[in-house]
Design a protein around this ligand. Structure first.
Ligand code: PLP
Length: 361
């Protein structure tokens, strides 16, 4: 028998722990651990996916032309500069695979999304974590962290799990300060939750060193379909399309995503409902002595006085059937990330935290 050894870096990847979905012995469970849209996909997307199921014996489109066209129309973008993937996770992986290898550095922030590190290691590159300033992306720290080996700089704006975002001017300053040969990747997974926000498309403008990723997993409610997209300079799209498998996205996902992106009214309703209950919940928790930063996303990062208190509150909520997310793995041991559910879920969370706090004294 030969001894098979994985490539360097692979075994440094910790197995991903998804948000829990069940609590033993508790019914009426609400999952608020994966930033999913509580209202689900647009009814038009569900219909389109059902219709697409009838032709599942056919391979899907390999150029994703119809979806890229729809995205281009709705967002005012160039369809030729769009690439679709099995979730934006796959776009992140393509970027690392295409542009970062052994000896190259991939930057991300202290409380940045887990996939940046995972994809960097999977490509054999060196992940480099840079400090944030009070849970906000620090452009100066990122620029100071760059070297002549830096190839990719990932920031989510707004960020998960902090919920905070930086201004367009700050993003532009970051892009302009990067060394030659480095690409800024703006992860816009939560962009649709910010009214009127273009996720950095204007910053990209004529710049050749900025790329944007987007997803259908969050406000569009299609996490289970696995579809996302990237937007960038033509030469980068041309490179990524060589790494991408020809049938990386299913026909149902393509149909659901196209119907979703065109259902602008549904997105607006979800955004408004989220904003309303996010403000309500943040305020209710603050009054109970559990502060959070102003969130631009569909979750809040609730801060407790200690790791012990955060973990005890998590267990208490779990016993009530309320599943939220621990974020110690994101260097935030004293916090819990709570997805904004529907009105009932938000009221249950507020009641749960209140009862937990009362039980402590
Ligand atoms: C949820 C999320 C994604 C989306 O991942 P998909 O693969 O598209 O489901 C990307 N980036 C961040 C920061 C996220 O929170």
């Amino acid at each position: 028998m030969t001894q098979l050894t994985p490539q360097p870096g692979i075994m440094d990847i910790a197995l991903y722990q998804g948000g829990a979905a069940h609590v033993n012995g508790v019914s009426n469970v609400v999952k608020l651990s994966s930033n999913e849209n509580p209202f689900g996909p647009s009814p038009r997307a569900i219909q389109a996916m059902q219709d697409a199921a009838a032709t599942m014996h056919r391979y899907p489109s390999s150029d994703h032309g119809a979806l890229r066209q729809a995205i281009g129309e709705v967002h005012g973008l160039e369809p030729e500069q769009i690439i679709c993937g099995a979730g934006s996770d796959e776009i992140i992986a393509f970027l690392c695979q295409a542009y970062a290898g052994p000896g190259d550095e991939v930057l991300y922030t202290e409380h940045g999304f887990a996939m940046y590190r995972i994809s960097a290691l999977a490509a054999g590159a060196t992940p480099v974590e840079v400090k944030e300033r009070e849970r906000v992306t620090d452009v100066d720290a990122l620029l100071a962290g760059c070297t002549d080996r830096t190839r990719l700089v990932f920031i989510a704006n707004p960020n998960n799990p902090t919920g905070t975002m930086i201004s367009e001017a700050e993003v532009a300053r970051l892009a302009d300060g990067l060394p030659d040969g480095a690409l800024l990747v703006l992860d816009g997974a939560y962009a649709e939750y910010v009214e009127g926000f273009d996720a950095g498309a204007a910053v990209m403008g004529a710049r050749r060193n900025v790329f944007m990723t987007r997803t259908f997993s969050k406000i569009y409610g299609l996490g289970g379909a696995r579809i996302g997209w990237g937007y960038g300079p033509r030469e980068i799209i041309n490179v990524l399309n060589r790494v991408r498998g020809p049938f990386n996205v299913s026909s149902t996902a393509l149909a659901g995503a196209e119907a979703s992106v065109r259902d602008v009214g549904y997105v607006g309703q979800c955004r408004a409902e989220n904003a309303k209950w996010r403000a309500w919940l943040a305020n209710a928790l603050a009054e109970l002595g559990v502060p959070s930063d102003v969130s631009s996303t569909n979750f809040i990062l609730a801060r407790f006085s200690s790791q012990a208190e955060a973990e005890a509150c998590d267990l208490y909520l779990q016993a009530q059937g309320l599943i939220v997310r621990r974020v110690a793995g994101y260097n935030l041991p004293t916090a819990l990330r709570i997805t904004i559910g529907d009105e009932d879920a938000c009221r249950r969370i507020a009641q749960g935290v209140k009862a937990f706090k009362e039980g402590q004294v």
